[in-house]
Design a protein around this ligand. Structure first.
Ligand SMILES: NC(=O)c1ccc[n+]([C@@H]2O[C@H](COP(=O)([O-])OP(=O)(O)OC[C@H]3O[C@@H](n4cnc5c(N)ncnc54)[C@H](O)[C@@H]3O)[C@@H](O)[C@H]2O)c1
Length: 253
């Protein structure tokens, strides 16, 4: 069976690693991403991947996405709700209302929009799975990132509810909780911290990993392999669960 897979925010970062792992496995993959240039480059480079350009917070655009996926893939077996934004860094007392609305709008409302739109296709599949990208911030509090932490915990409740509603139909739903992920983004964050603190980048790396048992950032390909397993034939009895992949983090900081 060729798996038909939708990855939101699949044209960059962790989502791109997920799209590539499924495509390498022979799946038909569609990505939904707000970055038109990245989508265009990806679908040109890889004939196994198609794409739509949209913001998942836009419900009307998500309805069009469902049409695109029906046209390109003819249905859906695996929904990877990966899109999520971090929002600004500020204490709750100072957190801007519009930033709260925008983080919740993408991370919670967007994930709801996409999931609701694709449930009919997943019900028609012989082996369907939903995987939702939460975070280490969906396991611990996260000072100065209230909207992000709230949304990532909210997704756990959403996934647990979906697993109960859809489990009787054989559809699984789980959350994945990455810690700090390797790549240019964390590199920029660490360089910024080093500049502000006067410490070296290596010292900032050590500090960033101080709350983890395993002293390394997470490889996005490892997250992709975990998602592929959760959507695969050997995970049919795994649902309503949360999977940290974070070097055994003890906190967000
Ligand atoms: N990077 C990390 O360290 C980390 C850690 C834990 C959890 N996560 C979670 O993993 C997921 C992916 O994170 P990432 O770091 O790969 O993201 P990223 O910031 O690298 O962005 C990946 C892609 O998301 C797209 N995107 C952003 N907003 C979108 C929207 N509203 N609609 C559609 N596409 C959108 C971007 O265009 C980009 O191509 C997010 O849910 C994030 O919260 C990331």
């Amino acid at each position: 069976m060729t798996q038909r897979v939708l990855v939101t925010a699949g044209a960059g970062g962790i989502g791109l690693a997920i799209a590539r792992v499924f495509a390498a496995d022979g799946a038909a993959v569609h990505v939904a991403d707000v970055d038109a240039k990245a989508v265009d480059e990806l679908v040109r480079a890889d004939p196994r991947i198609s794409g739509s350009v949209l913001d998942i917070a836009d419900a009307a655009a998500v309805a069009r996405l469902a049409e695109d996926v029906r046209q390109k893939l003819g249905g859906l077996d695996v929904l990877v709700n990966n899109a999520g934004v971090a929002g600004p860094t500020a204490a709750v007392a100072d957190y801007p209302e519009e930033a709260w609305a925008s983080v919740i709008g993408v991370n919670l409302n967007g994930t709801f929009n996409v999931t609701k739109a694709f449930i009919p296709m997943l019900k028609a599949s012989k082996q369907a799975s939903i995987v939702i990208m939460s975070s280490v911030a969906g396991r611990f509090g996260y000072p100065n990132r209230c909207a992000y932490a709230t949304s990532k915990w909210g997704l756990v409740g959403f996934a647990k509810t979906l697993s109960m509603e859809l489990g009787p139909l054989g559809i699984t739903c789980n959350t994945v909780h990455p810690g700090a992920v390797e790549g240019p983004r964390i590199q920029r964050v660490l360089e910024g911290r080093a500049e502000a603190s006067g410490r070296s980048v290596d010292e900032e790396v050590e500090l960033a990993l101080a709350n983890q048992s395993i002293k390394a950032f997470v490889d996005p390909r490892d997250i992709a392999e975990l998602v592929r397993f959760l959507a695969g034939p050997h995970a049919r009895s795994i649902s309503g669960q949360s999977f940290p992949i974070d070097g055994d983090s003890k906190s967000t900081q």
